[in-house]
Design a binder for this molecule. Structure first.
Ligand code: NDP
Ligand code: 2IT
Length: 458
């Protein structure tokens, strides 16, 4: 399979891409998610590299796919019974040309170096697309917060930060949340950073509580942004969200605020899910109940169905993508929507797909959507509202300012439209109209590459 499908590159460019990709596979064995993320970006680059040979001469592809720094550390902690556990912590500082490394922390048993590298690599281009000065990074641990008490989570976070703090700083590296890391965890992490650094350095973490340096709207931002991106895609089809049936996967931060914004714009959202199964609710998801079950009580979507009454049905296992919909919002995790699921969605008439999660759609599924004329918003564009609002939090912290929810939402709306338009226009300019995947990858790549060229051999 050539690395320049659709828009064949010159033989010289194709050869360079192939050689680089083979080297990446050799040097990063056993990291399939990282390979997948890199391949998707490389597949978009042929026309850029053909037009701009200086990027080939500067070996930008080799430089951009090698992290600036990778930190792996031991995280020992004690549970409530006094038993000792040892987890592994990661922080990959992937690319800092545009600003301090920026990206979330993920606490989930599947976390390993390859997962963190895939997420960090995506983050470089996503952050570039926001137009803000933030570099790309990601971190996390194979710690599983499910079923742990607040005290256990606190002890884990304190131990994690005891090592990580020496690598962070408001001008150096600024983590935030991701899967398994929300407001509670950010609070414990910030408290430990403050003790160790002896600095009340608000800009060192984003997603903080509103009373101590957090930004209004950060909790909502990723989900809201994903819906706003969808609204822009639909506008080009002469449509909006009013009356559209929507399916959402996941029931965490991104999913909940996707439901909230989609409902506010008139969509009928009928599903949410978790790793155990999904709920289909004929009357539309009851947002207050969902928040109560997930945010307050930290329960499962099966508990939502139990409390909701006859309109809701819990389907253990199974695929949420079997539920017919006009719009699909994959908002749980990577590779959760495969080719079979895409075929089902297409058969059921789906018009738009917006990746609230990072890389939730497998490459085969992406191609099926694009061939079928479905508007497909890739994660590095569609879910950029979260990190963009983290950028706004950093701006408020730097200026010791507090913006209103309305101010933040207005800025988020402006940024999501700008991200959409840049992806759309870049795809047109490079001969792939309507291909937001190519548009996002090329636009992000060019912004980062130009900064690398300007900053010399780094
Ligand atoms: P949360 O931890 O709040 O929620 C994660 C949700 O996804 C839960 O419902 C969880 O179910 C489900 N899930 C996680 N792993 C799996 C799995 N392996 N299989 C099935 N379901 C799974 O995380 P977020 O909502 O913050 O993150 C969701 C996605 O969005 C991730 O891909 C993340 O990288 C991405 N993202 C997050 C941003 C943010 O600001 N938070 C910004 C941009 C992207 P269960 O409880 O059963 O594990
Ligand atoms: O994937 C992501 O963009 C995030 N988890 C949010 C990162 C951030 O720094 O806000």
């Amino acid at each position: 399979m050539p690395l320049s499908p659709g828009t064949p590159a010159s033989p010289a460019t194709e050869a360079v891409l192939k050689e680089s990709y083979e080297r990446i596979l050799r040097r990063n064995p056993g990291e399939p998610e990282f390979h997948q993320a890199v391949r998707e970006v490389l597949e978009a680059l042929a026309p850029v590299l053909d037009r701009r040979p200086e990027l080939l001469d500067a070996k930008i592809v080799d430089r951009i796919t090698e992290p600036e720094r990778q930190i792996i550390f031991r995280v020992p902690w004690q549970d409530d019974k006094g038993e000792i556990h040892v987890n592994r912590g990661f922080r990959v500082e992937f690319n800092g040309v545009l600003g301090p490394y920026k990206g979330g922390l993920r606490f989930h048993p599947t976390v390993n170096l390859g997962i963190v590298k895939f997420l960090g690599f995506e983050q470089i281009f996503k952050n570039a697309l926001t137009g803000l000065n933030i570099g790309g990074g990601k971190g996390g641990s194979d710690f599983d917060p499910h079923g742990r008490s607040d005290a256990e989570v606190m002890r884990f976070c304190q131990s994690f930060m005891t090592e990580l703090h020496r690598h962070l700083g408001e001008h150096t590296d600024v983590p935030a949340g991701d899967i398994g890391v929300g407001g509670r965890e950010i609070g414990y992490l910030f408290g430990q950073y403050r003790r160790l650094a002896n600095r009340w350095e608000a800009g060192v973490l984003t997603g903080k509580g509103l009373a101590w340096g957090g930004s209004a709207g950060r909790t909502e931002a990723t989900g809201y942004g994903s819906v706003l991106f969808t609204a822009e895609m639909l506008k080009l089809r002469g449509e909006d969200l009013e009356g559209q049936q929507a399916v959402v996967s996941g029931s965490g931060n991104v999913a909940i605020y996707t439901v909230e914004k989609a409902q506010a714009l008139g969509a009928n959202v009928v599903t949410v899910s978790d790793s155990g199964g999904y709920v289909v609710d004929e009357k539309g998801i009851d947002l207050d109940l969902l928040k109560e079950v997930k945010e307050v009580r930290r329960l499962r979507v099966s508990d939502y169905a139990e409390r909701r009454g006859p309109s809701a049905r819990y389907v253990p296992g199974g695929s949420v993508w079997d539920v017919p919909a006009d719009i699909a919002f994959p908002s749980a995790t990577e590779n959760e929507l495969d080719a079979a699921a895409a075929a089902t969605l297409i058969r059921n008439g789906v018009k738009a797909v917006s990746e609230g999660a990072n890389m939730p759609t497998t490459p085969d599924a992406v191609h099926l959507f694009q061939e079928a004329g479905v508007s497909f918003g890739p994660g590095k564009a569609a879910n950029a509202g979260g990190v963009a609002t983290s950028g706004l939090e950093m701006a408020q912290n730097a200026g010791r300012a507090i913006w209103s929810f309305e101010q933040v939402e207005a800025e988020l709306t402006r940024i999501m439209k700008a991200v959409h338009d840049e992806c759309y226009e870049t795809a047109e300019r490079y001969g792939a109209p309507g291909d937001y995947v190519k548009g996002a990858n090329i636009a992000g790549f060019e912004r980062v590459s130009d900064a690398i060229l300007a900053q010399g051999l780094i």
